[in-house]
Design a binder for this molecule. Structure first.
Ligand SMILES: Cc1cc2nc3c(=O)[nH]c(=O)nc-3n(C[C@H](O)[C@H](O)[C@H](O)COP(=O)(O)OP(=O)(O)OC[C@H]3O[C@@H](n4cnc5c(N)ncnc54)[C@H](O)[C@@H]3O)c2cc1C
Length: 462
């Protein structure tokens, strides 16, 4: 395994399970710790995650893994509070009836967008239909701007998607980031029906509401959308590494992967039977350049978004709004792009007393703040928090975490390019790829990609 993040560790565990106790499994990690973007930091009152802090429960692979590793008791659920948008100097509850910020009706987002935009959303179904053929893809920013206008992109969709991808809607493809909507467009186009954004969103919202109604009729609560770990992701990283029982070599940066006379060679480690590359895309491109040049060429073009997270612990939460956090539109005059009120979002963090807030900075388009020094970033975080919420307290403890190249971008056509990468690698024995660039940036998708990569190797090793 090259890379000791969630993708590499999930691959290592899958290999151990299939190949048994005698297999020599190496995890080669460039840094001095395992986990990659999973990093838990000890604050005076307990551990808090400074990279990923939660995971979506919709994809069940990670939850099953957590169960198998005996960590299910450590999972925690969110408070159920809503997040907010910051609009024209006010906090506004995030509209519930949208698909990733894309509404079907003006009235559902009237607090966030201008009356003109709300009217345009309502009229969209009467305008010329979208020119859409089954399998098409489109940039999300272009789509929403062309149908609803700039306001909807800047105030709704970019903040919403930016919270996941550190990119504006203009850097993201519909098929990868709002796949359900692309699927409705396909369905409409395949039957010859006109394709309108508002009607497609309305049909998805109706499906969601029907499912909620069925649950309510059965007297069941909907499962929480997210889980997090009571003591941070650190526990998952440790449990995975223990269960994989691999030879972990920290501070070991792999520089190249070569093949001579059918044998694989990693520099500086030596000969191996097979390799899973589980590093960010640009590094994977360098490592695969000799053994899989076509895949490497496609990976080289992947852009990474950098970000910085400032964790702030306060000894009081008096005056901190009752919301899980604030998404800031691209038109907001703040340095931070979002705040997570971790102690409002997660009851297990609230139990510690005081408040914990994470401020996020940097996007794909503008990562300049990621290079700012700690003092500057903490200053911006405190100042912006005060501007946005009126919360006056000063943090009693802070931690600044920079994630250079933290997340791959998923522009239009990305999934098709990644399919081409996988098709190329399918023809190359005993080399597999895993990581956030393939199936989605979320931790569950990364873990799935690690297991899939391991299965390719297992099949090829026979
Ligand atoms: C700020 C932030 C918040 C996030 N929040 C969430 C969240 O709440 N929920 C969620 O599901 N996802 C979240 N994500 C996304 C998720 O954390 C990542 O996509 C995922 O952890 C990536 O895992 P990975 O193993 O593919 O890559 P990484 O974690 O990047 O691991 C790759 C590893 O490879 C190592 N490496 C690189 N080059 C070499 C080399 N040449 N030789 C050896 N080792 C090398 C690196 O040091 C690193 O440890 C977040 C990401 C960020 C940046």
């Amino acid at each position: 395994m090259i890379g000791g993040g969630i993708s590499g560790l999930a691959a290592a565990l899958e290999l151990r399970r299939s190949l048994g106790a005698d297999a020599d499994i190496l995890v080669l990690e460039a840094y001095d710790r395992l986990g990659g973007k999973l990093k838990t930091v000890d604050f005076a009152d307990g551990p808090v995650d400074m990279g990923a802090e939660a995971f979506l429960t919709r994809r069940t692979g990670l939850a099953d893994l957590v169960d198998e590793l005996g960590l299910a008791d450590e999972l925690r659920v969110p408070s159920g509070l809503r997040s907010c948008f910051y609009v024209d100097g006010h906090l506004v509850s995030a509209p519930g009836r949208t698909i990733m910020g894309i509404p079907a009706r003006g009235v559902d987002v009237a607090d966030v967008v201008s009356p003109e935009t709300a009217a345009r959303i309502d009229a969209e179904a009467t305008t010329t239909p979208l020119d859409w053929a089954v399998g098409d893809d489109i940039n999300v920013g272009t789509l929403v701007r062309s149908r609803y206008g700039e306001d909807a992109v800047a105030r709704l969709v970019s903040p919403m998607l930016g919270g996941v991808y550190s990119c504006s809607a203009d850097a993201l493809g519909l098929r990868a980031t709002v796949p359900a909507l692309a699927a409705v467009f396909d369905d409409l186009a395949s039957t010859g029906a006109p394709v309108h954004l508002s009607t497609a969103v309305a049909s998805l919202l109706a499906e969601r509401e029907d499912a909620a109604r069925v649950l309510a009729e059965r007297g069941e609560e909907p499962a929480p959308l997210f889980n997090s770990f009571a003591h941070g992701y650190r526990r998952l990283v440790r449990a995975l590494a223990d269960a994989a029982d691999a030879d972990v070599r920290l501070n070991t940066q792999v520089e190249s992967v070569g093949r001579w006379n059918g044998r694989l060679w990693l520099e500086p480690v030596g000969e191996v039977d097979a390799v899973v590359v589980a590093t960010p895309a640009p590094t994977a491109a360098v490592l695969l350049a000799d053994v899989a040049p076509r895949a490497a060429g496609l990976l080289e073009a992947v852009e990474l978004a950098s970000s910085a997270v400032v964790g702030m612990r306060f000894d009081t939460d008096a005056g901190l709004p009752e919301t899980t956090g604030v998404l800031l539109g691209t038109d907001a005059r703040t340095h931070a792009k979002a705040f997570t009120f971790s102690s409002r979002k997660w009851p297990h963090l609230a139990e510690r007393g005081g408040a914990f807030v994470r401020a996020s900075f940097g996007t794909l388009a503008d990562a300049s703040l990621v290079d700012a020094d700690d003092r500057t970033l903490i200053g911006y975080a405190v100042e912006d928090l005060r501007t946005v919420t009126g919360f006056q307290a000063r943090p009693v403890e802070t931690f600044v975490q920079r994630w250079w190249g933290g997340l791959p971008s998923y522009p239009e056509g990305h999934l098709a390019r990644m399919s081409a990468v996988q098709a190329d690698l399918a023809t190359i024995p005993r080399i597999a790829l895993a990581g956030a660039v393939l199936q989605g940036v979320g931790v569950p998708a990364c873990a799935d990609s690690g297991r899939d990569a391991a299965r390719k190797i297992i099949a090829e090793l026979g």
